[in-house]
Design a protein around this ligand. Sequence first.
Ligand code: GRF
Length: 206
Amino acid sequence: LKVAVLVSGGGTNLQAIIDGIENGSITNAKIDVVISNNKNAYALERAKKHDIEAVALSPKDFETRDLFNEALYNELVDRKIDLIVLAGCLVVIPEKIIHEFENRIINIHPSLIPSFCGTGYYGLKVHEKALARGVKVSGATVHFVDEGTDTGPIIAQKAVEIKQGDTPEVLQRRIMEQAEWVIMPKAIDDIANGRIKVEEGKVIYL
Ligand code: GRF
């Protein structure tokens, strides 16, 4: 399975995928390219350290958004990418790519969808809202990307306990360590080995 990982920041989810492939817990998958809209993203350094092609492609580099969308589309199609992984990616994926790669784009969201998701729920905001609501568990979700925001078929979820006195930063870190870095690599391994199918908008395991 040829994988493109789209990133914007630190790339800890990317690192979990790289480690999974290198330690054999992810099989039949190869990261063909890492693409970041932020040329300073540490995620690009992580890719380079592992001899993975790292490409900076930002809307800022183009006259119009359409030109950026076209460039991103061509990058993915020319490389014959099988699976696009959004790992801490802040770029809105254009419709054209979502339609071309139907049920072949996955995203990690740091909450148990449908809680604390949708537009405006990114970065620490998600955790601030969870703490403000006083929920006792939160967690992470891996889902297929469709036209909506965090609305596609859910692939995997993992719950994480909230502790008294948690700050958004502490909660974010626990969810990354205990949930994101576990379910994202497993989802890729399941897809790469044909264990997942989408039926009537829901993910079933074969
Ligand atoms: C993580 O909280 C992740 O849930 C969200 O982006 C944050 C940073 O991810 N999608 P990464 O370290 O860049 O993978």
